[in-house]
Design a protein around this ligand. Sequence first.
Ligand SMILES: N[C@@H](CCC(=O)N[C@@H](CS)C(=O)NCC(=O)O)C(=O)O
Length: 236
Amino acid sequence: MNRSHPAEGTKPMTLALHLHPLSSYCQKVLIAFYENGAAFEPRLVNLGDPADRKRYLDLWPLGKMPVLRDEARDVTLPESSLIIEYLDRHYPGAQPLIPADPEAALEARLWDRLCDLYIMTPMQKIVGDRIRPAGAQDPHGVADAQATLKTAYGIFEQSLADRIWAGGDRFGIADCAAAPSLFFADTLVPFSATHRNLSAYFERLVSRPSFARVLGEAKPWLQYYPFQDRIPARFR
Ligand SMILES: N[C@@H](CCC(=O)N[C@@H](CS)C(=O)NCC(=O)O)C(=O)O
């Protein structure tokens, strides 16, 4: 995190979120922003455009989206979970994203990590493999990723038997992570038929106005998703 001039409360809030509407990690943070209600400026990143790519790599050399820029506090922050933590801490809004109770916060962070590491990551692996050049595919890696998704679904299925949201009783950071990861993962290894609790949870997620808004904003871009033909008609 780059932070050189702390000026809390002395400058107007100017949050800019560098993102792409089709990116699952950007969607995760967008859900958090819409839940929280903070004003921000979305800055579309086009990594396919050489000038835009260079500009973005200057901002964050790893080139991963999203990145938050907070002019008021002179902070540039990558990593979706940390952006959500930052938003919740410095610009608390209508919907708390991390529980105040430390034990509940630990639980929420656990499920956020499980979503990122065992749903987002294998999902990205399978999608990334589809767009590799001919002959560069990694079938073993894809099979491993599919197996990881199935194991993760089982863990969520069990946990969701007695809770409404992924991290506990209240919507929060884990649900921000779960919504886009499950949305895309279901197109690769469908959970709908076999996992009752997970499917019911997914319906709660897609009914949530914040995620419905994110899905609506992603619609024009779904044509670029390599498995777009597997996206249910109701989301297109
Ligand atoms: N750990 C990062 C992961 C971010 C990430 O993987 N973003 C993807 C889009 S969903 C990306 O920027 N991919 C561009 C690339 O790899 O070139 C986070 O939580 O923000």
